[in-house]
Design a binder for this molecule. Structure first.
Ligand code: NAD
Length: 487
């Protein structure tokens, strides 16, 4: 990354970091120390009561970014990365304390990944076409102010990842974060603003609200200054954003299947699947959600997962657990009752879930496994808990058929453990997912132990894929007739 620091810049940053360290306690968080607008009594920067005020602030932030050079933008992004690394443990602890979901160590690692592997301004590249008629230049321009909806599952990770990409592209950003993770999300928004100030940018670069609701989201959808909507969340909210009438990027739900065939390194597959499935208690949308194992290696796979620390429950216990982790909801319009995941169980430790069915284990158990039929709710629902159903299959035809059905057409993520190139290719073609990971834990798909950049906004429905700065730009063409061709 191109950074042209002067001595004065460095001194400014050191002073700002020192005052920031004083403002940011490193201790674990307790309930009375944080809320949606303050942290340890300090007012969070960029957090407003009214969405219209937040949009006005983000618009001022956008105007300030537009006036900056690329190097100045990159300086702000550098400080965001730096603060994200330093305060990763604080945001991880806050995320777990507020949402009661996930694991502090894994959330810390996710913030480090965001800091290290979210592309900045280098992702913005111009294209040139020259020929008999001269030069045509295509540049990636900002949209203006982006309205971003963020989830409860990776709250501060998504805010920081979106901020880096959107600012690198020259946009302003206003967030409507998940209400269940508002303190954590607003902490991250404050972090971005502190970084901006420290690097010489505007005091408020990105903005948010104290109390996000569907009404504040609607204000965002309808506001004339919001030029692009980006939504990371479940099917309901992605649908609502895509029906807003504005240009929108939708990063929706997944239900990633894993196939293990009889050419795989089964021992490694068992460990990889266990590690991927229990990462942050299965909250990442890319995490392994159900396994289709060839019958002739299924026992060996289960035994390698047990070796890796998983705990196996029998069919009767799985049925009892399903009654607890899935609850009935009635559709307000149609009156139809259907099953949905219990918010009290999403992202909880395996140990806590097992206690609900009277099984007491130690902290070392991270993943619950069970053998089920394809129709079992553990296979069909995106649980986002460390519970992994394993379905035995005859052959590759049955494996692909069932895995594609279990993915439910989300076209999000799928995994396979195999050394058979034909099988790997057939499944990848059939499932058509944005991410396909071969012979590794799921998180390799977002750059954790895998090549490529990271993102926490994987836009399958609208096709941007693993979003980065360039996803938040609009292409503009400049034509210079009959000149500037030097050959
Ligand atoms: P969620 O769908 O419950 O909520 C997401 C956000 O949308 C929140 O801010 C919520 O308040 C808001 N919201 C919900 N319904 C809304 C509506 N109709 N209009 C406006 N705002 C609305 O999401 P969650 O539980 O926090 O996240 C889990 C879901 O998100 C899972 O399905 C997961 O797969 C998906 N997810 C996808 C990605 C991706 O990159 N594709 C990343 C993370 C999470």
């Amino acid at each position: 990354m191109a950074i042209n620091w002067t001595e004065a810049d460095i001194e400014k940053v050191i002073k700002a970091v020192i005052s920031n360290i004083a403002a940011t306690p490193k201790t674990a968080v307790s309930n009375d120390e944080w809320n949606a607008s303050t942290y340890h009594g300090r007012r969070l920067i960029g957090v407003y009561e009214d969405m219209n005020d937040a949009i006005a602030a983000a618009t001022r932030g956008y105007k300030a970014v537009r006036a900056m050079s690329l190097a100045e933008r990159e300086k702000i992004i550098d400080v965001i990365r730096d603060l994200c690394r330093k305060e990763a443990p604080v945001m991880a602890a806050l995320g777990v304390a507020e949402t009661k979901m996930g694991r502090v160590d894994h959330k810390t690692a996710k913030h480090m990944l965001v800091a290290d592997k979210t592309p900045g301004t280098a992702d913005i590249v111009a294209q040139a076409k020259t020929g008999d008629y001269g030069l045509t230049l295509t540049e990636m321009a900002p949209f203006g102010v982006v309205g971003s909806i963020t989830p409860s599952t990776n709250p501060s990770e998504t805010v920081i990842c979106n901020s880096i990409g959107m600012i690198a592209a020259g946009n302003g950003v206003v967030f409507n974060p998940h209400p269940g993770a508002i303190a954590t999300s607003n902490y991250a928004i404050d972090l971005v603003n502190r970084a901006s100030k420290m690097a010489g940018g505007p005091e408020v670069l990105v903005a948010s609200v104290v109390k996000p609701t569907l009404d504040t989201a609607n204000t965002m959808y309808q506001h004339k200054d919001i030029r692009l909507l980006v939504c990371t969340g479940g099917p309901g909210v992605v649908r609502s954003v895509l029906s807003s009438g504005k240009k929108a990027i939708g990063a929706g739900a997944g239900n990633p299947p894993v196939i293990v065939d009889d050419t795989a390194d089964v021992k490694k597959a068992g460990k990889d699947i266990n590690d991927g499935c229990c990462f942050d208690n299965n909250l990442p949308c890319i995490a392994e959600k159900e396994v289709f194992a060839f019958a002739n290696i299924a026992d060996e796979l289960i035994s390698s997962m047990l070796d890796a620390g998983a705990y196996k429950i029998d069919k009767a216990t799985a049925a009892r657990l399903a009654e607890i982790v899935l609850v009935d909801v009635k559709n307000k319009k149609t009156g139809v009752v259907s099953k949905t995941v219990s918010r009290d169980c999403v992202g909880r430790d395996a140990k806590v879930l097992l206690e609900k069915v009277g099984i007491h284990v130690g902290d070392e158990v991270r993943c619950i496994i069970c053998e089920t039929e394809f129709e079992h709710p553990f296979v069909q629902h995106e649980l986002m808990m460390p519970i992994l159903p394993i379905v035995r299959v005859r052959d590759i035809d049955e494996a692909i058929d069932l895995a594609v059905k279990a993915e439910h057409g989300n076209r999000h993520t799928a995994h396979m453990h195999s050394k058979n190139i034909d099988n790997l290719t057939r499944f990848a073609r059939a499932v058509e997912t944005t991410i396909f990971v071969k012979n590794a834990p799921s998180y390799a798909g977002i750059g954790f132990g895998g090549e490529g950049h990271t993102t926490f906004t994987i836009a399958g429905p609208t096709g941007e894929g693993l979003t980065s700065a360039r996803s938040f730009t609009r292409y503009r063409r400049c034509v210079l007739s009959e000149s500037f061709r030097i050959i």
